[in-house]
Design a protein around this ligand. Structure first.
Ligand code: ADP
Length: 484
């Protein structure tokens, strides 16, 4: 293992099942690489069918006592886990940077962000209130209880290898559910390190389990097993559909946080410097590999030239390099991601878009894709319809509100949208017209544990964070208490 840490025992490469680290039953392993250099870093466990079955059974068995553990005691463990993450944030950040590529500053930021979900849901655990309903029947009382849905299967991607699973697990555990978690096999080390901290703070055996292996096999087993009562997934729309189909066999509820195609609209009365700053913050975070990254930038024709000039100046100042050097932009995750971004830019340029700024030649620096601006993008180009997941800004001019709203909504996705204007009337009409789950108004930053994160249309359903997030893990039980 090639990552130097203060606490090297955070580096775990085996499965975490029923409260212990286990080698996979058939001994298989998966290599993990550093995207900045291509170097091998470690080999992690590939779960066998028996291991997956053990994890499901452990989550099911431990649920019988976890659901009856006092909410304040569940909250206490969540708080301790969050505090342990904050104590080890530098080491955890370093592991993320090495396996995922993002700048160290952002990786440590991810740890702080993830820990905040644990601290938030530590408090929310004690607030899963029910109701008493005014009775329509003589001699009866009607009550509503909120109870945990049961063991949850959690599957998460590589772009936020810690935060994506922690924000699900925090709400699920607070509600009284147990979990089987599958992080992405490209970025498992940071997730296992965070599991090591859960182990140290003393969650009862079986309450949280983590495994890696063959994604479709684990996904199908979790989704189609009746002991797992809920699936919570973040990733591509294609995988979300598959999980939903498997879950339909039981059937069981699913929460899906899928792809996005975020519009960023700059109206002609907007404050241009602040719009440029918001765009840079949203677009280049994690090298453009976030599901709420700006994907299409609509700029009013009157200000398009000024906006582009200001943007180019900012782009040219960006530092690009390995995450450990704390640049502004790191590498993409793998060759497939690189080829996808390259295709989208080539397709747009071939169909008439203008390559207005590209910091260096693609392929000249391994998996580092150059920050790029392309202008005059049109709806028929692939880049208009596809989540870019790379540091590329596509500019689209517009003339009026109706036209830009039509274009902004002209996508299968509906996760995040952003717009900049100083007109209060427009703020309200545009907010209501945008078909998206989240709207940033005069800001490019929206995600926080205090607010509901999630989408509509092909971006999925269900919410994470806030009081809404815990509802995903609760079922409503109605009692008719008669004979009184
Ligand atoms: P991305 O394009 O962001 O990598 P994926 O949907 O491929 O999105 O991956 C998100 C998560 O889903 C990862 O943990 C990955 O291993 C898992 N995954 C990928 N394919 C499948 C599948 N067929 N069944 C279950 N899980 C899958």
């Amino acid at each position: 293992m090639k990552i130097a840490l203060r606490d090297s025992s955070l580096l775990r490469t085996n499965l975490y099942i029923d409260g212990e680290w286990r080698v996979p039953k058939d001994g298989r392993r998966i290599p993990v690489y550093d995207p900045a250099s291509g170097a091998w870093i470690a080999e992690i466990a590939h779960a066998s069918e028996r291991d997956i079955e053990d994890a499901i059974q452990a989550a099911y068995r431990s649920w019988q006592s976890w659901k009856n553990t006092l909410a304040k005691d569940r909250g206490k463990l969540l708080r301790q886990w969050g505090e342990a993450m904050l104590q080890h944030k530098e080491d955890l950040g370093m592991i993320i940077t090495r396996e995922q590529g993002k700048p160290l500053r952002e990786a440590v930021g991810e740890i702080i962000y993830a820990a905040q979900y644990l601290l938030f849901y530590a408090e929310e655990a004690v607030r899963t209130y029910g109701d008493i309903i005014p009775t329509p029947f003589e001699g009866a009382r009607l009550l509503v209880l909120k109870q945990p849905v049961g063991p949850v299967g959690i599957i998460t991607p590589w772009n936020f290898p810690v935060a994506m699973f922690v924000r699900k697990a925090a709400a699920a555990l607070a509600a009284g559910c147990t979990c089987v978690i599958k992080p992405d096999e490209r970025t498992p080390l940071s997730a296992y390190a965070v599991m090591e901290l859960a182990h140290r703070v003393g969650f009862p055996a079986g309450v949280i389990n983590m495994l890696t292996g063959d994604p479709p096999q684990i996904g199908e087993m979790l989704a189609s097993d009746a002991r797992i009562r809920k699936i919570s997934f973040t990733g591509s729309t294609a995988t979300g559909r598959l999980l939903m189909q498997w879950a339909a066999k039981v059937p069981k509820p699913v929460t899906l946080e899928l792809g996005g195609n975020a519009p960023f609209i700059v109206f002609d009365d907007a404050d241009i410097p602040s719009a440029v700053e918001g765009l840079i913050a949203s677009k280049f975070r994690n090298s453009g590999q976030t599901c709420i990254c700006v994907n299409r930038v609509f700029v009013h024709r009157h200000i398009a030239a000024d906006f582009k000039k200001a943007l180019e100046a900012k782009l040219e100042a960006l530092q690009i390099g390995p995450g450990v050097q704390n640049p502004d932009v790191g590498p993409l995750i793998d060759d497939k991601a690189f080829e996808k971004v390259e295709h989208l830019v080539d397709d747009a340029v071939q169909r008439g878009a203008e390559l207005s700024c590209q910091l260096f030649e693609p392929h000249s620096r391994g998996l580092f894709y150059p920050p790029t601006i392309i202008a005059e993008v049109q709806p028929e180009m692939d880049i208009f319809r596809t989540e870019i997941f790379g540091p590329v800004i596509s500019l689209i001019p517009f003339d009026d509100d109706a036209q830009v709203l039509h274009m902004a909504n002209d996508t299968e996705y509906g996760l995040a949208a952003y717009f900049y204007t100083n007109n209060p009337r427009r703020i309200w009409t545009v907010t209501e017209a945008l078909e998206y789950g989240m709207v940033g108004i005069n800001t490019g930053r929206i995600s926080t544990p205090h607010a509901p994160f999630g989408g509509i249309k092909a971006s999925g359903f269900g919410r994470e964070g806030s009081k809404y997030g815990i509802e995903e893990y609760l079922v409503t039980k109605y009692l008719n208490w008669s004979g009184l």
